[in-house]
Write a protein that binds this ligand. Structure first.
Ligand SMILES: Nc1ncnc2c1ncn2[C@@H]1O[C@H](COP(=O)(O)OP(=O)(O)O)[C@@H](O)[C@H]1O
Ligand SMILES: [Mg+2]
Length: 382
């Protein structure tokens, strides 16, 4: 059996525990055999290429990114127990009251953290993928009420454990805190060595994610930052030009398998099963995202055709329609701002879309009416 790390005795809460210190990437003795991942890797890469291609079906990729980014943000947070829905997020962004503000804040924080990483990687003068950048992202992720006690932006300084009431009964005890910086530096080196490792980029991403979870460098937020790293590397290694994939849907659906396979790397030396699962997840999630894009494009094209055929269509109603995919829930005032027009003009544009059944009123009230592009929301949430 392959050894993927060694154990060190570490003390926490007065208990001596065996902490796992992973060997640096890539797997060795034996090294990964290409025969084990080649065909699954090809299928996953193809699925990503098709996903990238299908985004040309709509006038602006921003339409698709709006939903895809928010789905990933929501699902990765849900894996960690956040109770919020996509509609909560849309409502929060529209300034409507939401009941579970702390949960929604966590999801918004993820979006901020992801944007920070993406901005840096896209900017030639920005930070590369590095411990510093991940700490920056972590600070944004854990900003606010819930995360503030978890040392936002800082690597942990104490021993942690996963699963179980106390360290001695834990499913897994990550490396001692003083080993974390050098272990992360190893991961950084592996990332920047890129193709020199002779492994395809998706396989490298699978390795990096699992290694990151094994190191568990933060007190909290390790799952979300580790999955953020997947999305960032997909773009960085040019597997997908825009973050249209929401892999967390697959990870959430197979959550216990996901955790089990991460454990298996330590306990069975089994990198291969984790890599196979990850590649299958990428292919599955990419196929799902592709189908969702086709459905959205079909809906929006049909609705646009109906609007343009309506005798009462105006340029304001048309411009409002084109803005809907980026503001699926809105008020007349939002429409007015978006169109940069008068209230009566915006009101008439909203009225026409409502008459055509494209948007519907949500409150049933005469005042403070709000609207939603429900068919589109249904596609995103299905
Ligand atoms: N047995 C395990 N071995 C290694 N990593 C694990 C194991 N079980 C769960 N994980 C990882 O730990 C994450 C949870 O860590 P946590 O710091 O609480 O992250 P977050 O706050 O984002 O939830 C999971 O999403 C998963 O990626
Ligand atoms: Mg957590």
């Amino acid at each position: 059996m392959r050894q993927t790390g060694s154990y060190e005795v570490s003390t926490t809460l007065g208990e001596a525990v065996r902490a796992f210190v992973p060997h640096p990437l890539p797997p060795r003795q034996p090294a990964l055999s290409p025969a084990g991942f080649e065909s699954a890797n090809r299928v996953a890469e193809m699925a990503l290429a098709r996903l990238a291609g299908v985004s040309g079906l709509v006038p602006s990729v921003d339409w698709l990114l709006y939903g895809a980014l928010r789905k990933e943000a929501l699902l990765t947070s849900q894996i960690e127990g956040t109770q919020a829905t996509l509609v909560d997020l849309f409502d929060e962004e529209a300034g409507f009251a939401v009941g579970n503000a702390d949960d929604v804040e966590e999801v918004s924080n993820y979006l901020r953290a992801f944007r920070r990483v993406q901005d840096n990687l896209r900017d030639p003068a920005g930070l590369p993928i590095s411990v510093r950048l991940l700490c920056d992202a972590h600070r944004l992720l854990l900003a606010g009420v819930r995360g503030s006690g978890q040392q936002p932006g800082e690597l942990r300084r104490s021993q942690n454990w996963i699963g179980g009431p106390r360290p001695g009964k834990a499913v897994f005890v990550p490396p001692p805190a003083e080993r974390v910086p050098e272990l992360l530096a190893d991961v950084e080196r592996f990332i920047h060595a890129g193709e020199q490792n002779d492994l395809p980029p998706l396989v490298r991403i699978a390795l990096v994610h699992a290694q990151f979870e094994t190191i568990h460098p933060f007190l909290d937020g390790n799952g979300r930052i580790g999955r953020l790293l997947i999305a960032a590397l997909m773009e960085h290694w040019q597997l997908l030009p825009e973050p249209l994939l929401y892999l967390s849907a697959y990870l959430k659906q197979h959550q216990s398998m996901y955790y089990q396979l991460l454990s298996g790397i330590r306990t069975q030396g089994d990198w291969e099963s984790w890599i196979a699962f990850f590649l299958d997840g990428v292919a599955t999630a990419a196929g799902e995202a592709e189908r969702s894009i086709v459905a959205i494009a079909t809906l929006v094209n049909n609705d646009r055709r109906r609007l343009l055929a309506a005798p009462k269509a105006t340029s304001a109603s048309y411009r409002l329609f084109e803005a809907l995919p980026l503001m699926p829930r809105f008020t007349v005032e939002h429409a007015r701002q978006k169109l940069d027009t008068t209230f009566p003009t915006a009101n008439a544009a909203v009225g026409l879309l409502a008459e055509l059944g494209i948007v519907s009123e949500l409150t049933g009230q005469k005042k403070n009416r709000s609207y939603g592009y429900q068919a589109y929301i249904d596609l995103l949430t299905r």
